[in-house]
Structure formats: C-alpha cells, structure tokens
Design a binder for this molecule. Sequence first.
Ligand code: NAD
Length: 496
Amino acid sequence: MAILEEPIKGVPMVKNYIDGEWVESKGEIIEVVNPVTCEPIAKVGISTKDEIDAAVAAAKEAFPDWRMTPAVTRARYLLRLLQLLEENFENLSRIQTQEHGKTIDESRGETRRGIENVEVACGIPTLMMGDASEDIASGIDEYLIRVPLGVFGIIGPFNFPFMIPLWSAPYAVATGNTIVIKPSSEVPNSQNAIAELVEEAGFPPGVWNVVHGGRTVVNGMLDHPEIEGITFVGSTPTMEEVIYPRCGATGKRVIAQGGAVNVIVIMPDCNVEATIPGLMTSFFGNAGQRCLAGQTLAIVDDKGDFYESFMEKVVAYAKNIIIGNGLDESVQMGPVRDPQKKERILGYIEIGLKEGARLRLDGRNPTIQGDYPDTCFLGPTILENCEPGMRVVNEEIFGPTMSVVRVKDLDAAIKLCNEVPMHNGHAIFTSNGKHARQFQYEVISGNVGINIGIVAPMAFYPFSGMKGSFLGVLHTQGKEAVRFFTESKVCIHRWL
Ligand code: NAD
C-alpha cells in the first residue's frame, strides 16, 4: 500500500509563538525524530526562563482587553478556528503520525476528539451563564457571575500531541483568560500547527502563546506569580512530586492528570466476538501509549474451559496485527515514541518473566511491514500467569503489553482493579447487567467502561481520573473546565 505524503518537509525549526510573533528559542536546540525512520524531522529549542517570562508577560498584557471582549465575540474567534481545523483535518492528522508514530487512523481519531473540544467551547455564552435569585430577603437580590482569572499554563504529555492541550485551551480562552501552552518537546509540531491556525483565525496577540521546552519552562510556569492556574497531563511521578505540590506552594489552582494502570475484566458471559476487537485497540492501539489503554487483563474463570478458548482467540488476533509506518493506511500499529521507551518496555517484560510470568506472545522482535529500522518497534506482547501485586500488573508499562491474571470471581476482579495504584479507566466485558452494575458501583476508577475498552469521555463530559491518576477537584473538558477557568463572583444588591 502507498505511503501517504509526509506533511513536515526538511528539518524546520519549531519556533515559540509569543505575543503573536514566531520567535526562535535562544535555548539549547534538540532534534525531533520520527520514530519510524529514526530520521530528524524538525528541531526545537529548550526555552529559557526569559522566554517563558516573555510569554507570560504578553498573556498578562492581552488579558484585560480579551476579558472585555464579549463572550459571543470570543466564541466567534473559536468558530473561525473550528472551521480552519476542519479544513486542515488531514494535514493535522499526518503531522501527529509523523512526529509521534501512531497510525493515521489513530491520528484522525485524535484530531476529531481535539476538535470536539473547540466545538463545545463555542457554546461559551451559554456555558458561562451564572445564577440569580430575586428577594433572597426583603428587597435584596443575589446573583452569581463567572469571571476569568488571567493567565493559565497548559502542560502536555508526548502521547497525544494534538488533542490533550485542547482539553483545556479552548475553554480557557473562551472564558476570557489568556494562555501559555508547553507541549512535550518530543512532539512539538502539532501545537504549532494549531497556533498557526489560531493566528489565521485572527486571535489578538498574546491571547494564545506556545513555548517549547522542558523543566525550565514548567518550573518557570509553576513559580510565576502572574500565572493563576495550571492544567497538567503527564506521568504520576511528575504530577505528584512536581506539579501538585508546587501549585499548592504558589497558590495556583490546578488540574493534574497522571498515569494509569487500567484493568480490563472479562466475564465468561461476555460476547466474545465483539469483545476481542475492542481488546486489541485497548491494549495495542497507539502502541499501548494511551492513558486509557488496558494493561492488565483479568479473566474470571476459576477452573473452566473459557479461559483457554478466550486466550486462543486473543493471541490469534494479536499476532496478526500489522506493524509499520503509520502513514501506510494498511498498518494497524506504529512504533513506540523513542528507543528509551522501547528499552523501558523490554525491561518490564524481563521483570515479568523473573516474577514468574510466561510469554504467551513475544513481540520483542516483530515483523515490520516496510523497510524501516527496528529501533522503536515492538509487537504485541502477552504475559500469562500474572498475579495481583506483580510489577507488570501494578506499574504503568505504557507499551503494547498485556499482563493476564486469571481470577476466581467478579469480587476478586474488582479487588484487583481497586488494588492497583492508578485508577483512570477500568472496564468490564459482560452480558450480565447485575455484574455490570456491581462493577460500576464498586470499582475505583475515574472513567468506567462497560463493554468498552477505551473509556474516553466525550468533550462535553469531564475527563476524569481517581487515586494515583488524578490530583485536583475539577477536570478538563466541558462544564468542569468552564468552572475551573472561572471564579464564582457572588453579588448581593439592595437598592433603597
Ligand atoms: P511526563 O510526566 O514525562 O511529561 C509530561 C510533561 O511534563 C511534559 O511536558 C514534560 O516536559 C514535563 N515534565 C516531565 N518531567 C518534569 C519534571 N521533572 N519537572 C517539570 N516538568 C516535567 O509524561 P509523558 O511521558 O510526556 O506522558 C506520558 C504519561 O502521561 C503517562 O504516564 C500517561 O499515562 C500520562 N497521561 C495521562 C493522561 C490522563 O488523562 N490522565 C492522558 C495522557 C497521558
């Protein structure tokens, strides 16, 4: 099958977008490498403290006028952006595949999910409405208005370079705040492609800024007195050790979304034919680099034949997944993002084997469609004989692996879900409504799947997460994001 044309040509410099200007960073310059070819596709600067300070200053200066811009007018800027995103849909998707490695269909899904957040934020005149009561006491009225706060920082991870900052950015600017986005420096192109469309849509300079880099930029945001709040999506250690405590120390509101160890429970009464394709995308889609990916498969079947007949089908599907360049439309799984991530996943497979797991499917030397180095490629890997408490069950591997645990009943499966340390998106496959309800009721999980393998909330629902996967109160997306990016101002009037 023909390979789709790559959108990024040559090795361009990815600039910062500050105050409506494209500026090259004065920091160290690093290469952005396509994980399929291992060739550089761009260069990006690791921005300095001065550069993040300049972006915050521009955002601060833009805030008063932007706040005074009526919500309906702010929505019209977003509607123009929405139209441009749709017109550039395929190009934006290909950029994600080229810089991240995911398949083009996975990128198209990511683009769609990102755009949906812009669509929801276009309803801001309604979403931002307050409450009012007449005569709370004799001749006294009370009402609540939602007001923007100022400058917000948005920090993204490497695995959804396009979509994740859009869980926050459209709501932040729709409510009248101004923003500085810090994408992962591993995949900086997607956010610049959006910022180019923001510029074309005519947003005033300083409202939407992008500063590339690493810890210096993040620390510069966390310590900056003019930043009111932060949304962060990334790993649990960064969330717990850096983001949340530092936001607390500097008095910033924060949404902090961390890692995940998702358990998928299989009941013997599930619809097997419908379940297995769902499991394949859950465990191996995006090469397992998804915060909603299944990591542990808990099959409820104490001693019966169901376990083996189910596993035979899982293996038969998994070993036929086509691995290669995501710009080849026939490919079903791309590489992991970089060689270090591959080494880390290989390390976990070794740990699992030492802990007593058995390799039912070995993806360590996969067959790749096309002539590419195997530097970042891994095939689906299935570890059987896993037990609750093993590291391959409990720790986030973030790769195309499946740790299979055989459990005796639903109670044991729910206990397993509730004992892993991160609770983003556990799911159950069953045709029994009572079991489904018990699972939903008892499981600790921000997002719960019933016969759904990837529990991704639509843009008008919050993107939830619990214990170990989330710190904060409100979540990104939808009405909760509107609440997060505004303060409730309560006014009480008496006119004599
Ligand atoms: P990461 O924590 O390494 O990096 C996230 C961001 O924080 C990046 O922009 C990075 O530059 C910055 N950063 C990293 N370490 C830092 C430090 N010590 N100080 C300051 N800044 C730092 O995460 P990642 O590897 O880019 O992303 C993968 C992780 O994100 C996985 O754990 C995955 O589960 C998680 N994730 C969670 C969700 C969710 O909704 N909960 C969604 C997507 C990804």
